[in-house]
Design a protein around this ligand. Structure first.
Ligand SMILES: C[S@@+](CC[C@H](N)C(=O)[O-])C[C@H]1O[C@@H](n2cnc3c(N)ncnc32)[C@H](O)[C@@H]1O
Length: 468
């Protein structure tokens, strides 16, 4: 189906959902909850996910008397006895999200509003959620990141250049009961330049392409760099930006060096966690397959490859960029692969940023006076080899048990010493007690302590003790 031949309404008059009043919202929400809790959500899946039209009788079976409320909210349309969805509806992380129907994507509708796909889920699991924080969701789409931030945040602002995206965000905010989500229309930070935020999240339109087919996709490295350069001015002290980005590698040049330019004089700690490194052909095919399906026209591939060739791009990289405001000290920068891990990883990231900040602010004398304890659930995996008097421990690998599973190899003595740090006393006191118990020279152990603590803090494998 082409855009011209489409049976869809004219693009400028495409409906977005909206609640005419509070009682319509309440009826829709109650019907969706009841259907989900009573195991009747598969009918809604056929309607809203698969996109099949169903009879009014079947839909009414699934949602009781709320059909009129769904019609009033512009979520479905009725033609005779047939009900069809006008939006996509997904349930994710305890919330409902409406977005554009996939048919619009196939029709190359430039203002297509994305739903909850793999990239959004991955981002949502990685983003920091800070209690009481003010959050900006930049390029909010249907508002997934804004809505998921809302339960813990004190204020949430969602910005997008696409008015339809903001309509979906407002609808999803209302549907899920988060009236404190504000929306603003405009280009990147322009509508909020006078505000300051504790957390800025941006799943940017980062795809590097010669096309401008979709607003959600074709921003390229240029928009990522603009976000990275402009965000620091809008962060509160200690605030952070998390950006999903893509950046090119040019023939004969270091991509790490070129990327580092984005953060010049940012005043922020910079942590780049790379996720993918693709040859131009693979990169183009991955994105074009989402546009065209299984059969990507050769001309489309060739036009993307020609653009990469003309720009001397030999590789394309993707990943997360974290900037954390570091007032009053020299910031650090690390560009590395994303450590393995699954599930909610935002807490790990936040904890590591805080631990690195502590390490960077503390000189050696202050560092060893801290009360530190191993990360909860830290695993120590020993490798032993046979020796003259039985098995001896050759090395120990420390690894976080969940979240970001950062690993670090330490010598057996350091691993034993870590076992003495339970947070009830300073690291220096724990090291002195350890040295006495082992008959070792305390000065030697204390002398090596700051470097060990820095390494462990930077990996997030030890944490400041809490008094609770
Ligand atoms: C990849 S989508 C992300 C949507 C949503 N945040 C998510 O994670 O699912 C990128 C979004 O950025 C928006 N966008 C593109 N260019 C923009 C700009 N210059 N200023 C603000 N938003 C922009 C697009 O309209 C789109 O909604």
């Amino acid at each position: 189906m082409t855009a011209e031949g489409s049976a869809l309404p004219k693009k400028h008059s495409l409906p977005a959902p909206s609640f005419p009043d509070r009682s319509t919202r309440d009826r829709v929400f109650a019907a969706l909850e009841a259907a989900r809790q009573c195991g009747r959500s598969s009918t809604l899946g056929i309607l809203f996910t698969d996109g099949y039209a169903l009879s009014t009788v079947t839909v009414s079976e699934a949602i009781g008397d709320a059909l009129n409320a769904l019609i009033a909210a512009n979520m479905v349309a009725v033609d005779g006895q047939q009900v069809s969805a006008t939006v996509r509806l997904q349930y994710y992380a305890g919330c409902y999200f409406t977005s554009d129907r996939p048919e619009l994507h196939r029709d190359r509708f430039a203002d297509f509003v994305l739903g909850v796909g793999f990239a959004t889920r991955n981002f949502a699991e990685m983003m920091p959620l800070r209690p009481g924080s003010s959050v900006l969701d930049l390029g909010c789409g249907c508002g997934v990141l804004a809505v998921l931030s809302a339960p813990l945040a004190s204020a949430v602002m969602a910005v997008d250049i696409n008015p339809r995206a903001l309509a979906f965000t407002r609808f999803n905010a209302e549907l899920n009961g988060f009236p404190h989500i504000e929306t603003a229309l405009g280009d990147l930070f322009a509508p909020v330049h006078a505000r300051r935020f504790d957390v800025i999240v941006s799943n940017a339109p980062y795809v590097i392409s010669p096309a401008s087919t979709y607003r959600y996709r074709d921003g390229g490295a240029g928009i990522c760099e603009r976000i990275a350069r402009q965000a620091p001015a809008l962060l509160t002290a200690g605030g952070c930006l998390m950006l999903a980005a893509s950046w090119p590698e040019h023939r004969g040049r270091s991509w790490q060096g070129e990327l580092a330019h984005w953060f010049e004089s940012s005043g922020c700690d910079v942590w780049v966690l790379a996720t993918d490194h693709l040859l131009p052909d693979d990169y183009a095919r991955v994105w074009l397959a989402q546009e065209y399906g299984d059969i990507v026209p050769t001309e489309a591939i060739n036009s993307w490859l020609a653009a990469y060739n003309a720009a001397d791009i030999t590789m394309l990289h993707c990943g997360f960029v974290l900037l954390s405001h570091a007032p009053g000290r020299e910031p650090w920068i690390e560009i590395r692969e994303l450590p393995p891990g699954g599930g909610r990883r935002g807490e790990s990231l936040d904890r590591i940023l805080a631990a690195r900040d502590l390490a960077a602010r503390s000189d050696d004398a202050a560092l060893i006076e801290l009360r530190l304890a191993p990360l909860a659930g830290l695993e120590a995996i020993e490798r032993r080899r046979p020796g003259a008097s039985g098995w001896c421990v050759e090395r120990v690998d420390l690894r976080a048990a969940d979240g970001l599973r950062i690993a670090m190899r330490v010598d057996p003595l350091a691993a034993d010493l870590l076992g003495w740090m339970d947070g009830s006393r300073s690291a220096a006191e724990a090291a002195t007690a350890f040295a006495q118990a082992r008959g070792l020279a305390a000065e030697t152990i204390i002398g090596a302590l700051p470097a060990l603590l820095r390494k462990l803090l930077e990996a997030g494998l030890i944490v400041p003790a809490t008094d609770s």
